[in-house]
Design a protein. Structure first.
Length: 180
């Protein structure tokens, strides 16, 4: 049985919230299940499966469970769409497609689009401070990580994946621009 965990970060109004993400695989009825996202789970699951099935690797016939355990209460201002990228990273790590021993000290946030675009996000306002050493933020190599974090470029993790890409910086900035 494979197990992994990492921390997802989402915007919540003008603040940010942290969500513990966990995942495991077992022998059982093959498939992917996402728990803790309510009615958003099905859409996220389908996006992840769609991109995963387009890869050259064969998906194993295992049961995979990805779960979200919010550290703080989920409010209506919380944008849970920003858990898509960390959930994809978690799933691909369980599949052995992400070349890391562990995601234990990793943080991530961002969106996944069915066309293959992976758009990482790092909060600009109220940058999270990290008091412990060894925390890693998975993001694009050109995005500045929050204070106290080491950067792990997403480009290096997905370089062997054929159908996903990280758009140029200006496209990512436009994707997250808030209307005035």
């Amino acid at each position: 049985m494979a197990e992994e965990r990492l921390v997802g970060v989402i915007p919540s109004g003008e603040n940010i919230k942290y969500m513990y993400l966990f995942g495991y695989s077992t022998k059982g009825i093959p498939g992917l299940e996402i728990v803790g996202l309510g009615n958003r789970a099905r859409t996220v699951k389908e996006k992840i499966q769609f991109l995963s099935r387009q890869q050259e690797n064969v998906l194993p016939l295992n049961r995979f469970v990805l779960g979200i355990d919010p550290i703080q209460k989920i409010e209506k201002d919380d944008d849970l769409n920003f858990l898509e990228l960390p959930l994809l990273i978690l799933y691909w790590a369980l599949l052995g497609w992400i070349p890391l021993k562990s995601l234990e000290n990793c943080f991530s946030s961002g969106r996944v689009f069915p066309g293959g675009a992976l758009i990482p996000w790092v909060p600009k306002a109220s940058k999270p401070q990290c008091s412990e050493n060894g925390k890693i933020w998975i993001t694009s190599r050109w995005i500045q990580t929050p204070m106290g974090f080491f950067q792990l470029p997403l480009e290096e993790l997905i370089e062997s994946r054929q159908v996903v890409y990280i758009p140029p910086r200006n496209q990512i900035e436009r994707a997250f621009a808030r209307p005035s």
